[in-house]
Write a protein that binds this ligand. Structure first.
Ligand SMILES: O=C(O)C1=C[C@@H](OP(=O)(O)O)[C@@H](O)[C@H](O)C1
Ligand SMILES: C=C(OP(=O)(O)O)C(=O)O
Length: 427
């Protein structure tokens, strides 16, 4: 599907969708439980449905009841009857690999072409170090994966610079081992706030995981029990597109709701926009960020903790005056697509001047006025959404190919844009 975006101004109020990261974790945590849990206000999207499929495959139940996921826990995972298809979702594949390492038999995990190109090697090595079985069928650290357990052992070490999801997987599964698990980091942890999201959610499910001098640790034999229900907060990564749209095109202001403080690192978008010169205020009690169109200037932003903000920041940089340097970004290349190179190439098609390095992206804004073009969403929801925001301030119409991929994290994205006044044509 193509999305055609005409230059538009935005106004009014819009609600950020529920958090993808919390929804995945809540469905799986409820799966690790014994009884029934209502996961309220969840994100219902292609990726979170993949985690629901996995919970069913391990012997649990997941039903959607009037916008609530009702999850029946599997407790200890059964060996699945069939292959688990994780679709496009890295979070599902990594977190569920941890679950498979608790089962007696073998689990086979696969996904779409993008997911089968992403790295899982360090997690597979960790499971083998713990006496589980974890193999890549092609012996290249990529899916399809074959994983079995039960794992044994109390301590494992893992590099931190590929994906924080490996640590999340080990902590969530580690709480269900007999001995518990210490996860030592061999290198600095990228995307670290996502492990804080994990710890925050685990605490709500009555499971304790702690930071240690070497990394993290979780005691064994813990029960997952949120007391019947868990409510998912709003998603700041998704909110970043709406806030960027407001900073670029809300002449009379835009209110983005559902933005409550949580452990999400991507709340940093509020600070980045302020540093770029956006007129913005965040009422944390009502969960509303108000933003209005402002003349933006380029800044340097470190995305070591917040890889998912790179596409949004690249678009903002292209519309800002001066240079925006997005640094500490190598891990952003291991996502649904190589987002450093994707944003460089696609923004260049729109007339921006962009310099790409292995670990950073520099966008030279100002003189290079964006112009409408046909651009490729690269089968990646965040590239599609960031380019749609660029289209608001481009000269002429921007056509984004593969617009349907917003289904991964923000299925109502184009309806949300229409609701705030954007001229969108989908076909
Ligand atoms: O744990 C999570 O929910 C996520 C962790 C991050 O990935 P990495 O830890 O692989 O950087 C992030 O990019 C992804 O969108 C969601
Ligand atoms: C990288 C992402 O998710 P995942 O790793 O779950 O595919 C994302 O949503 O940007």
């Amino acid at each position: 599907m193509d999305a055609e975006i005409a230059p538009s101004s935005v106004a009014g109020r819009v609600t950020a969708p529920p958090s993808k990261s919390y929804t995945h974790r809540a469905i799986l945590a409820a799966g690790y439980g014994e009884g029934e849990t209502r996961v309220e206000a969840p994100l219902v999207s292609a990726d979170t449905r993949a985690t629901a499929r996995a919970v069913r495959a391990f012997g649990g139940g997941v039903d959607l009841d009037d916008g609530t996921f009702v999850v029946r826990g599997f407790g200890n995972p059964e060996t699945p009857d069939d292959v688990i298809d994780c679709g496009n979702s890295g979070t599902t594949m990594r977190l569920v690999t941890g679950t498979a390492a608790l089962a007696d038999g073998l689990t086979v995990l696969t996904g779409d072409g993008s997911l089968r190109s992403r790295p899982h090697g360090p997690l597979l090595d960790a499971i083998e170090d713990l006496e589980g079985r974890a193999e890549s069928t092609r012996d290249n650290g990529r899916a399809p994966l074959v994983v079995g357990g039960p794992v044994a052992g109390e301590r494992v070490s893992i590099p931190g610079d590929v994906s924080s999801q490996f640590v999340t997987a080990l902590l969530m599964a580690g709480a269900r081992t007999e001995s518990g698990l210490a996860v030592d980091l061999e290198t600095e942890l990228k995307s670290a706030p996502y492990v804080e999201i994990t710890r925050e959610l685990l605490a709500d499910f009555g499971v304790e995981a702690e930071r240690t001098d070497e990394g993290f640790a979780v005691a064994g034999d813990q029960s997952y029990d949120p007391g019947g229900s868990y409510r998912v907060p709003g998603d700041f990564s998704s909110a970043s597109y709406l806030l960027a749209a407001g900073a670029l095109a809300a002449d009379d202001g835009l209110g983005v709701e559902g933005a409550y403080p949580t452990a999400q690192g991507d709340t940093a978008i509020v600070d980045h926009l302020e540093r770029m010169g956006a007129a913005l205020s965040w009422d944390r009690d009502s969960g509303t960020v108000s933003v209005e169109r402002s003349d933006l200037r380029g800044v340097e932003v470190d995305v070591g903790d917040t890889p998912d903000l790179l596409p949004t920041l690249a678009t903002l940089g292209a519309a800002a005056d001066g240079e925006t340097r997005i640094v500490n970004a190598e891990h952003v290349r291991y996502k649904e697509t190589d987002r450093v190179s994707a944003m460089a190439d696609e923004l260049e098609k729109m007339g921006a001047a962009v310099t790409e390095h292995r670990d950073s992206l520099t966008v030279h804004g100002g003189d290079s006025t964006l112009r409408g073009a046909r651009v490729d969403g690269r089968g990646d929801h965040r590239i599609v959404m960031a380019l749609a925001v660029a289209g608001l301030v481009a000269d002429g119409t921007t056509t984004i190919e593969g617009a349907e991929h917003v289904d991964v994290s923000f299925p109502d994205f184009f309806d949300a844009l229409r609701g705030i006044g954007v001229d969108v044509d989908l076909d």
